[in-house]
Design a protein around this ligand. Structure first.
Ligand code: NAG
Ligand code: NAG
Ligand code: NAG
Ligand code: NAG
Ligand code: NAG
Ligand code: NAG
Length: 313
Protein backbone atom coordinates (compact mmCIF):
# COMPACT_ATOMS: atom_id res chain seq x y z
CA UNK A 1 0.00 0.00 0.00
CA UNK A 2 2.79 2.35 0.98
CA UNK A 3 4.69 1.36 -2.12
CA UNK A 4 1.61 2.03 -4.25
CA UNK A 5 1.01 5.55 -2.90
CA UNK A 6 4.68 6.22 -3.37
CA UNK A 7 4.28 5.20 -6.99
CA UNK A 8 1.22 7.49 -7.37
CA UNK A 9 3.18 10.33 -5.87
CA UNK A 10 6.03 9.68 -8.29
CA UNK A 11 3.69 9.54 -11.30
CA UNK A 12 1.98 12.75 -10.18
CA UNK A 13 5.34 14.42 -9.64
CA UNK A 14 6.58 13.37 -13.08
CA UNK A 15 3.37 14.55 -14.74
CA UNK A 16 3.64 17.87 -12.92
CA UNK A 17 7.30 18.19 -13.79
CA UNK A 18 6.72 17.48 -17.48
CA UNK A 19 4.03 20.17 -17.73
CA UNK A 20 6.38 22.57 -15.98
CA UNK A 21 9.14 21.75 -18.43
CA UNK A 22 6.82 22.01 -21.42
CA UNK A 23 5.59 25.40 -20.27
CA UNK A 24 9.13 26.67 -20.08
CA UNK A 25 10.51 25.36 -23.35
CA UNK A 26 10.35 27.62 -26.36
CA UNK A 27 10.94 25.32 -29.30
CA UNK A 28 13.42 26.59 -31.84
CA UNK A 29 13.95 24.92 -35.18
CA UNK A 30 17.18 22.87 -35.34
CA UNK A 31 18.82 25.28 -37.77
CA UNK A 32 18.59 27.92 -35.02
CA UNK A 33 19.71 25.71 -32.11
CA UNK A 34 23.15 25.08 -30.67
CA UNK A 35 24.99 22.08 -32.12
CA UNK A 36 25.60 19.30 -29.59
CA UNK A 37 29.15 19.91 -28.33
CA UNK A 38 31.36 20.09 -25.26
CA UNK A 39 32.24 23.36 -23.54
CA UNK A 40 35.80 23.08 -24.82
CA UNK A 41 34.57 22.66 -28.39
CA UNK A 42 32.49 25.82 -28.03
CA UNK A 43 35.50 27.72 -26.68
CA UNK A 44 37.53 26.46 -29.64
CA UNK A 45 34.78 27.70 -31.99
CA UNK A 46 34.78 31.03 -30.14
CA UNK A 47 38.54 31.42 -30.70
CA UNK A 48 37.98 31.77 -34.45
CA UNK A 49 35.78 34.81 -33.84
CA UNK A 50 38.15 36.25 -31.23
CA UNK A 51 41.15 35.87 -33.54
CA UNK A 52 39.26 37.50 -36.42
CA UNK A 53 38.15 40.44 -34.28
CA UNK A 54 41.61 40.84 -32.76
CA UNK A 55 43.58 40.74 -36.03
CA UNK A 56 41.10 43.10 -37.70
CA UNK A 57 41.28 45.66 -34.88
CA UNK A 58 45.04 45.49 -34.31
CA UNK A 59 45.99 45.61 -37.98
CA UNK A 60 43.54 48.40 -38.78
CA UNK A 61 44.64 50.56 -35.84
CA UNK A 62 48.40 49.92 -35.76
CA UNK A 63 49.39 47.82 -38.78
CA UNK A 64 50.65 45.10 -36.44
CA UNK A 65 48.98 41.76 -35.75
CA UNK A 66 48.83 39.18 -32.96
CA UNK A 67 52.25 37.78 -33.99
CA UNK A 68 53.86 41.17 -33.33
CA UNK A 69 52.21 41.64 -29.94
CA UNK A 70 52.52 38.08 -28.63
CA UNK A 71 54.97 35.97 -30.66
CA UNK A 72 54.13 32.27 -30.55
CA UNK A 73 50.58 32.76 -29.22
CA UNK A 74 48.92 31.83 -32.50
CA UNK A 75 50.16 29.93 -35.51
CA UNK A 76 48.75 29.82 -39.01
CA UNK A 77 48.45 31.81 -42.19
CA UNK A 78 48.92 35.56 -41.91
CA UNK A 79 45.58 37.30 -42.52
CA UNK A 80 45.04 38.46 -46.10
CA UNK A 81 44.41 42.05 -47.10
CA UNK A 82 44.35 44.00 -43.81
CA UNK A 83 45.61 47.58 -43.97
CA UNK A 84 45.88 50.48 -41.55
CA UNK A 85 42.56 52.32 -41.47
CA UNK A 86 42.19 56.09 -41.78
CA UNK A 87 40.94 56.54 -38.21
CA UNK A 88 40.80 59.68 -36.12
CA UNK A 89 43.22 59.54 -33.20
CA UNK A 90 40.61 58.95 -30.53
CA UNK A 91 39.05 56.04 -32.39
CA UNK A 92 42.47 54.57 -33.18
CA UNK A 93 43.27 54.40 -29.45
CA UNK A 94 39.98 52.67 -28.70
CA UNK A 95 40.37 50.14 -31.52
CA UNK A 96 43.95 49.38 -30.50
CA UNK A 97 42.90 48.82 -26.90
CA UNK A 98 40.07 46.49 -27.92
CA UNK A 99 42.51 44.63 -30.18
CA UNK A 100 44.93 44.20 -27.28
CA UNK A 101 42.06 42.94 -25.10
CA UNK A 102 41.56 40.22 -27.69
CA UNK A 103 45.20 39.14 -27.34
CA UNK A 104 44.58 38.84 -23.60
CA UNK A 105 41.52 36.68 -24.20
CA UNK A 106 43.49 34.29 -26.42
CA UNK A 107 46.20 34.09 -23.75
CA UNK A 108 43.51 33.41 -21.13
CA UNK A 109 42.10 30.50 -23.16
CA UNK A 110 45.57 28.96 -23.50
CA UNK A 111 46.21 29.50 -19.78
CA UNK A 112 42.93 28.20 -18.36
CA UNK A 113 41.83 25.44 -20.77
CA UNK A 114 43.36 22.43 -22.46
CA UNK A 115 43.74 24.44 -25.68
CA UNK A 116 47.43 25.28 -25.63
CA UNK A 117 49.73 27.62 -27.54
CA UNK A 118 50.29 28.01 -30.35
CA UNK A 119 46.56 28.42 -30.92
CA UNK A 120 45.85 27.63 -34.60
CA UNK A 121 44.76 30.70 -36.53
CA UNK A 122 42.14 30.25 -39.25
CA UNK A 123 42.75 31.75 -42.66
CA UNK A 124 41.25 35.25 -42.52
CA UNK A 125 40.37 37.37 -45.52
CA UNK A 126 40.34 40.94 -44.24
CA UNK A 127 40.47 42.52 -47.72
CA UNK A 128 38.44 45.66 -48.20
CA UNK A 129 36.64 43.75 -51.02
CA UNK A 130 35.26 41.23 -48.53
CA UNK A 131 33.59 43.97 -46.50
CA UNK A 132 32.53 45.73 -49.71
CA UNK A 133 30.68 42.57 -50.75
CA UNK A 134 28.72 42.61 -47.47
CA UNK A 135 27.93 46.29 -48.06
CA UNK A 136 26.70 45.62 -51.60
CA UNK A 137 24.50 42.78 -50.39
CA UNK A 138 23.12 45.02 -47.64
CA UNK A 139 22.25 47.85 -49.99
CA UNK A 140 19.75 45.76 -51.94
CA UNK A 141 22.37 43.91 -53.97
CA UNK A 142 23.48 47.02 -55.77
CA UNK A 143 27.13 47.66 -56.50
CA UNK A 144 28.25 50.71 -54.57
CA UNK A 145 30.55 53.03 -56.52
CA UNK A 146 33.16 53.56 -55.36
CA UNK A 147 33.19 50.24 -53.45
CA UNK A 148 32.67 50.56 -49.69
CA UNK A 149 36.10 50.71 -48.06
CA UNK A 150 36.05 49.51 -44.45
CA UNK A 151 39.54 51.00 -43.96
CA UNK A 152 38.72 54.32 -45.62
CA UNK A 153 37.42 56.40 -42.72
CA UNK A 154 36.51 56.31 -39.04
CA UNK A 155 32.83 55.86 -39.85
CA UNK A 156 33.44 53.12 -42.41
CA UNK A 157 35.67 51.21 -40.04
CA UNK A 158 33.37 51.59 -37.02
CA UNK A 159 30.51 50.02 -38.96
CA UNK A 160 32.50 46.89 -39.90
CA UNK A 161 34.13 46.75 -36.44
CA UNK A 162 30.79 46.87 -34.63
CA UNK A 163 29.51 43.88 -36.61
CA UNK A 164 32.78 42.03 -35.94
CA UNK A 165 32.22 42.52 -32.21
CA UNK A 166 28.51 41.69 -32.44
CA UNK A 167 29.27 38.10 -33.59
CA UNK A 168 31.09 37.60 -30.31
CA UNK A 169 28.44 39.34 -28.22
CA UNK A 170 25.75 37.12 -29.73
CA UNK A 171 27.74 33.89 -29.53
CA UNK A 172 28.58 34.57 -25.89
CA UNK A 173 24.90 35.18 -25.17
CA UNK A 174 24.21 31.81 -26.81
CA UNK A 175 26.83 29.70 -25.08
CA UNK A 176 27.12 31.14 -21.57
CA UNK A 177 24.23 28.97 -20.31
CA UNK A 178 25.83 25.90 -21.96
CA UNK A 179 29.33 26.17 -20.50
CA UNK A 180 30.00 23.53 -17.84
CA UNK A 181 32.62 23.67 -15.08
CA UNK A 182 33.50 26.54 -12.76
CA UNK A 183 36.84 27.37 -14.37
CA UNK A 184 35.45 27.45 -17.90
CA UNK A 185 32.40 29.44 -16.75
CA UNK A 186 34.63 32.02 -15.09
CA UNK A 187 36.80 32.28 -18.20
CA UNK A 188 33.90 32.65 -20.62
CA UNK A 189 32.02 35.12 -18.38
CA UNK A 190 35.15 37.23 -17.99
CA UNK A 191 35.84 37.34 -21.72
CA UNK A 192 32.18 37.98 -22.53
CA UNK A 193 31.82 40.95 -20.17
CA UNK A 194 34.99 42.51 -21.54
CA UNK A 195 33.87 41.96 -25.14
CA UNK A 196 30.43 43.35 -24.51
CA UNK A 197 31.81 46.46 -22.83
CA UNK A 198 33.83 47.06 -26.00
CA UNK A 199 30.82 46.36 -28.18
CA UNK A 200 28.86 49.00 -26.25
CA UNK A 201 31.66 51.51 -26.79
CA UNK A 202 31.62 50.84 -30.54
CA UNK A 203 27.85 51.22 -30.75
CA UNK A 204 28.07 54.44 -28.76
CA UNK A 205 30.69 55.78 -31.17
CA UNK A 206 28.41 54.93 -34.10
CA UNK A 207 25.31 56.27 -32.38
CA UNK A 208 26.94 59.65 -31.89
CA UNK A 209 27.38 59.75 -35.69
CA UNK A 210 24.02 58.25 -36.57
CA UNK A 211 22.93 61.22 -38.72
CA UNK A 212 26.29 61.63 -40.47
CA UNK A 213 26.50 60.69 -44.11
CA UNK A 214 28.58 57.65 -45.04
CA UNK A 215 30.76 59.52 -47.50
CA UNK A 216 30.75 59.49 -50.53
CA UNK A 217 27.29 57.90 -50.55
CA UNK A 218 24.00 59.60 -49.81
CA UNK A 219 22.79 57.42 -46.91
CA UNK A 220 23.38 58.10 -43.22
CA UNK A 221 25.20 55.90 -40.72
CA UNK A 222 21.84 55.04 -39.16
CA UNK A 223 20.29 53.95 -42.45
CA UNK A 224 23.37 51.98 -43.53
CA UNK A 225 23.64 50.20 -40.18
CA UNK A 226 19.95 49.28 -40.37
CA UNK A 227 20.47 47.73 -43.79
CA UNK A 228 23.51 45.88 -42.47
CA UNK A 229 21.48 44.51 -39.56
CA UNK A 230 18.77 43.35 -41.98
CA UNK A 231 21.40 41.58 -44.10
CA UNK A 232 22.73 39.83 -40.98
CA UNK A 233 19.21 38.70 -40.08
CA UNK A 234 18.66 37.36 -43.61
CA UNK A 235 21.97 35.49 -43.63
CA UNK A 236 21.50 34.13 -40.11
CA UNK A 237 18.07 32.80 -41.04
CA UNK A 238 16.75 32.82 -37.47
CA UNK A 239 14.65 35.95 -37.25
CA UNK A 240 15.39 39.40 -35.91
CA UNK A 241 18.54 39.38 -33.80
CA UNK A 242 20.55 42.24 -35.24
CA UNK A 243 19.09 45.70 -34.77
CA UNK A 244 19.98 49.14 -36.01
CA UNK A 245 20.97 52.16 -33.94
CA UNK A 246 17.42 53.42 -33.97
CA UNK A 247 14.31 51.27 -34.18
CA UNK A 248 10.53 51.58 -34.38
CA UNK A 249 9.05 52.34 -30.95
CA UNK A 250 7.75 48.78 -30.51
CA UNK A 251 11.33 47.44 -30.67
CA UNK A 252 12.76 50.09 -28.32
CA UNK A 253 13.38 49.51 -24.62
CA UNK A 254 9.98 49.18 -22.86
CA UNK A 255 8.37 50.43 -26.10
CA UNK A 256 9.25 53.94 -24.97
CA UNK A 257 12.24 54.94 -27.08
CA UNK A 258 13.50 54.76 -30.64
CA UNK A 259 17.16 55.07 -29.69
CA UNK A 260 18.82 51.67 -29.70
CA UNK A 261 22.41 51.92 -28.54
CA UNK A 262 22.04 48.50 -26.88
CA UNK A 263 20.26 45.99 -29.12
CA UNK A 264 18.07 43.57 -27.19
CA UNK A 265 14.75 41.70 -27.08
CA UNK A 266 11.46 42.78 -25.47
CA UNK A 267 12.96 42.15 -22.01
CA UNK A 268 16.13 44.08 -22.98
CA UNK A 269 18.00 40.77 -22.94
CA UNK A 270 20.82 40.14 -25.45
CA UNK A 271 19.91 38.09 -28.51
CA UNK A 272 21.77 34.75 -28.62
CA UNK A 273 23.13 33.28 -31.82
CA UNK A 274 24.45 29.73 -32.10
CA UNK A 275 27.14 28.17 -34.26
CA UNK A 276 25.23 27.63 -37.48
CA UNK A 277 23.79 31.15 -37.56
CA UNK A 278 27.20 32.67 -36.96
CA UNK A 279 28.76 30.64 -39.77
CA UNK A 280 25.97 31.51 -42.22
CA UNK A 281 26.75 35.17 -41.56
CA UNK A 282 30.55 35.27 -41.51
CA UNK A 283 30.75 33.06 -44.62
CA UNK A 284 28.60 35.70 -46.30
CA UNK A 285 26.41 33.18 -48.11
CA UNK A 286 23.81 31.93 -45.62
CA UNK A 287 25.29 28.41 -45.63
CA UNK A 288 27.14 27.19 -42.52
CA UNK A 289 28.98 24.49 -44.47
CA UNK A 290 30.25 26.66 -47.33
CA UNK A 291 33.27 28.72 -46.18
CA UNK A 292 33.76 32.11 -47.77
CA UNK A 293 34.09 35.85 -47.18
CA UNK A 294 36.03 36.43 -43.93
CA UNK A 295 36.80 32.71 -43.42
CA UNK A 296 37.70 31.28 -46.86
CA UNK A 297 38.93 28.00 -45.33
CA UNK A 298 36.25 27.72 -42.63
CA UNK A 299 36.69 27.57 -38.87
CA UNK A 300 39.28 25.61 -36.93
CA UNK A 301 38.04 22.99 -34.48
CA UNK A 302 35.95 19.86 -34.11
CA UNK A 303 32.64 21.72 -33.76
CA UNK A 304 32.96 23.18 -37.26
CA UNK A 305 34.12 19.80 -38.62
CA UNK A 306 31.02 18.22 -37.11
CA UNK A 307 28.79 20.82 -38.78
CA UNK A 308 30.38 20.12 -42.16
CA UNK A 309 30.32 16.32 -41.68
CA UNK A 310 26.66 16.30 -40.63
CA UNK A 311 25.82 18.81 -43.41
CA UNK A 312 24.21 21.20 -40.91
CA UNK A 313 23.96 24.06 -43.41
C1 NAG B 1 47.01 62.39 -34.26
O1 NAG B 1 48.17 61.64 -33.98
C2 NAG B 1 49.28 61.97 -34.82
C3 NAG B 1 50.39 60.99 -34.55
O2 NAG B 1 50.51 60.71 -33.20
C4 NAG B 1 49.67 63.41 -34.60
O3 NAG B 1 50.74 63.76 -35.46
C5 NAG B 1 48.47 64.32 -34.90
O4 NAG B 1 48.77 65.64 -34.58
C6 NAG B 1 47.26 63.88 -34.08
N1 NAG B 1 46.10 64.64 -34.54
C7 NAG B 1 45.28 65.23 -33.69
C8 NAG B 1 44.14 65.97 -34.32
O5 NAG B 1 45.42 65.21 -32.49
C1 NAG C 1 39.99 37.43 -50.42
O1 NAG C 1 38.94 38.25 -50.85
C2 NAG C 1 39.17 38.85 -52.11
C3 NAG C 1 37.99 39.75 -52.38
O2 NAG C 1 36.79 39.07 -52.30
C4 NAG C 1 39.30 37.76 -53.17
O3 NAG C 1 39.57 38.36 -54.42
C5 NAG C 1 40.42 36.82 -52.79
O4 NAG C 1 40.46 35.75 -53.69
C6 NAG C 1 40.18 36.29 -51.39
N1 NAG C 1 41.29 35.44 -50.99
C7 NAG C 1 41.11 34.19 -50.52
C8 NAG C 1 42.33 33.41 -50.20
O5 NAG C 1 40.02 33.71 -50.36
C1 NAG D 1 19.99 39.86 -52.59
O1 NAG D 1 20.20 38.67 -53.32
C2 NAG D 1 19.99 37.48 -52.56
C3 NAG D 1 20.45 36.29 -53.39
O2 NAG D 1 20.07 36.45 -54.72
C4 NAG D 1 18.52 37.39 -52.16
O3 NAG D 1 18.29 36.24 -51.40
C5 NAG D 1 18.18 38.62 -51.32
O4 NAG D 1 16.80 38.62 -51.00
C6 NAG D 1 18.53 39.90 -52.06
N1 NAG D 1 18.37 40.99 -51.14
C7 NAG D 1 17.70 42.10 -51.42
C8 NAG D 1 17.63 43.13 -50.33
O5 NAG D 1 17.18 42.30 -52.48
C1 NAG E 1 19.45 62.44 -35.58
O1 NAG E 1 18.36 63.06 -36.23
C2 NAG E 1 17.13 62.87 -35.56
C3 NAG E 1 16.01 63.40 -36.44
O2 NAG E 1 16.43 64.43 -37.24
C4 NAG E 1 17.21 63.58 -34.20
O3 NAG E 1 15.98 63.40 -33.52
C5 NAG E 1 18.33 62.94 -33.39
O4 NAG E 1 18.49 63.62 -32.18
C6 NAG E 1 19.63 62.96 -34.16
N1 NAG E 1 20.58 62.13 -33.44
C7 NAG E 1 21.82 62.45 -33.21
C8 NAG E 1 22.63 61.51 -32.38
O5 NAG E 1 22.32 63.47 -33.67
C1 NAG F 1 5.98 46.24 -26.51
O1 NAG F 1 5.18 45.95 -27.64
C2 NAG F 1 5.17 44.60 -28.01
C3 NAG F 1 4.32 44.44 -29.26
O2 NAG F 1 4.54 45.46 -30.15
C4 NAG F 1 4.60 43.75 -26.87
O3 NAG F 1 4.68 42.39 -27.22
C5 NAG F 1 5.38 44.00 -25.61
O4 NAG F 1 4.79 43.31 -24.55
C6 NAG F 1 5.45 45.47 -25.30
N1 NAG F 1 6.34 45.67 -24.15
C7 NAG F 1 6.01 46.41 -23.09
C8 NAG F 1 7.01 46.48 -21.98
O5 NAG F 1 4.98 47.02 -23.03
C1 NAG G 1 25.52 24.44 -48.54
O1 NAG G 1 26.77 24.29 -49.14
C2 NAG G 1 27.14 22.95 -49.38
C3 NAG G 1 28.58 22.94 -49.83
O2 NAG G 1 28.78 23.85 -50.88
C4 NAG G 1 26.17 22.37 -50.41
O3 NAG G 1 26.49 21.03 -50.68
C5 NAG G 1 24.76 22.46 -49.85
O4 NAG G 1 23.82 22.03 -50.83
C6 NAG G 1 24.42 23.88 -49.42
N1 NAG G 1 23.16 23.85 -48.69
C7 NAG G 1 22.26 24.82 -48.81
C8 NAG G 1 21.02 24.66 -47.98
O5 NAG G 1 22.40 25.77 -49.53
Amino acid sequence: MAARSCLYALVLFLAFQSTMIKANIVLTPPQCSPVLASSLERIQFLLNLIIFRTEFFLRASTGRGIDDIAPGLVQGPVPIGATVAALDNGTRRIIEELGLNGVGHIRAVSEFTLLKTPIPRPLLNLSAEVFAAFANAAVFNTTLTPPYNAYGSTINFLIAATFASSYLQQYYAGIIPLIVGNDQQRLVAGMALSEVAGYGVLRTQLYSRVNSTVSPYTFTVGRFYNLGAELHNRLGGCGLKDEGLFVPLQLGAENRTTSNVVPADAYSLAYPRYEREILRIVFGNGNATRPGAIFPAGFIGTLFQKIVFLKLA
